[in-house]
Design a protein around this ligand. Structure first.
Ligand SMILES: NC(=O)c1ccc[n+]([C@@H]2O[C@H](COP(=O)([O-])OP(=O)(O)OC[C@H]3O[C@@H](n4cnc5c(N)ncnc54)[C@H](OP(=O)(O)O)[C@@H]3O)[C@@H](O)[C@H]2O)c1
Length: 366
């Protein structure tokens, strides 16, 4: 049976540590977990079974392994120290017999996005970022449709547009919408991106280092590697859609609480083919996985045991190839979720109604 392994890590330290070690999660506070994570070895989490290709009927087996560092720790510690721990976790995957290894969340963000890690390991490595692009962009297109926002006349925004995932998301969306804001922290990098994209874009491209321009956007795809939320309620216009791909999240939980006229969806969730059991609760309903996990699994189902997505410059070819591969084996975009809850048709209708009322109110005040 072919095999894969996937590295996860705590994102919300208390909640995520409790999922494996309830006692430690209860006893330690966030700062203590952050501190002790430095000395913790890689952790075997679970065996994954039941994944079955819809194309070939082949079943594969996998493992979740955890690198104990939190995102904050990965950003604070010297890169070499972080690489060492991720490579150690990768060695555990090799011992288990994994034929391909996926890097989850910040283990794929740190440093050169998997290149050094793949060089040090025998097992092939992928970050999962190529399929994450497809799933994020498909989710925002679908959300536009349910919210009755015509894509070709829409104003969009990509927050974290200079990042590995953000760049290709921006490229794809620039071919769909009428106007697209490219938002990041580095003006020069944003201008370079704009100049590269404008050759094929149908959208007018506008760069900005300020979140204030979000007030002008109806469709927002956000994918930064910020440690804290970067999008707040006052940034957004009524009726807009925000697809949050980042982990930790870019969108404050306050947005959902304070703005019932906005649709916030989690980006990057897919249905996995076959009666999968992860034997571990990572916060999704049964049968669903992050797109980056799905990329690793799709490669294993395809028998493509080779380094796949590595580094900060993704290619459109890889994005299209993994998308076709995942589709063939039976991965599908999941229904929408928002802050770990299902988005129902009723919720969408409520948001649309509230947005209409909020717009009327705004007009009455102008
Ligand atoms: N949902 C999924 O399945 C999935 C899969 C993979 C990754 N992810 C998540 O996606 C996110 C991005 O990953 P990536 O590999 O594209 O990261 P990346 O290449 O490091 O890019 C991050 C982007 O975020 C921007 N940024 C960083 N800190 C910021 C801040 N404080 N305020 C505003 N912008 C900030 C960066 O701007 P500069 O250019 O100025 O540095 C850059 O544009 C991470 O949260 C990761 O965990 C999710």
């Amino acid at each position: 049976m072919d095999t894969f392994a996937f590295i996860i890590h705590p994102i919300d330290p208390k909640r995520d540590v409790s999922r494996k070690f309830p006692f430690l999660g209860r006893m330690l506070n966030e700062r203590q977990i952050d501190f002790f994570s430095t000395f913790f070895p890689p952790v075997y989490i679970s065996e994954i079974e039941g994944i079955t290709s819809q194309a070939t009927g082949e079943e594969i087996k996998g493992w979740f392994l955890a690198c104990p560092y939190t995102p904050r720790r990965m950003m604070e510690l010297p890169e070499r120290t972080v690489y060492r721990k991720i490579i150690q976790t990768g060695r555990l995957a090799e011992k288990l017999g994994a034929q391909i290894l996926g890097l989850g969340a910040f283990t794929s963000v740190v440093g050169d996005a998997g290149v050094t890690i793949a060089d040090a390991l025998d097992v092939p490595v992928t970050t999962g970022d190529s399929y994450t692009v497809t799933v994020a962009v498909d989710a925002i297109r679908e959300a536009a449709s349910v919210m009755d926002i015509p894509l070709s006349a829409a104003t969009g925004a990509v927050v974290g547009a200079t990042g590995a995932i953000g760049q290709v998301c921006a490229e794809l969306l620039s071919e769909d919408v009428e106007r697209l804001y490219l938002i990041g922290r580095r003006q020069e990098a944003l201008e370079e991106l704009r100049d590269r994209l404008k050759v094929r874009a149908r959208a007018e491209l506008i760069v900005s280092t300020s979140m204030d321009v979000l007030a002008d956007a109806q469709l927002i795809l956000t994918v930064t590697s910020a440690l804290n939320e970067v999008i707040r309620p006052e940034h957004l216009q009524p009726g807009s859609v925000v697809c949050d791909v980042a982990r930790p999240r870019d969108v404050s939980a306050m947005v959902a609480a304070a703005r019932d006229d906005i649709l916030v969806i989690d980006g990057g969730m897919v249905d996995v083919p076959g009666p999968v059991d992860f034997h571990f609760n990572f916060g999704f309903p049964p049968g669903k996985a992050y797109a980056c996990m799905a990329e690793t699994i799709a490669l294993a189902l395809e028998g493509r045991f080779e380094d796949y997505t590595l580094g900060k410059h993704l290619t459109r070819e890889r994005v299209e190839e993994i998308s076709a591969m995942a589709k063939k084996h039976g991965f599908r975009l999941s229904g929408f979720r928002s802050f770990e809850r299902e988005v129902t048709q009723q919720h969408i209708e409520t948001v649309r109604r509230n947005a209409k009322n909020a717009r009327k109110l705004q007009m009455a005040h102008t």
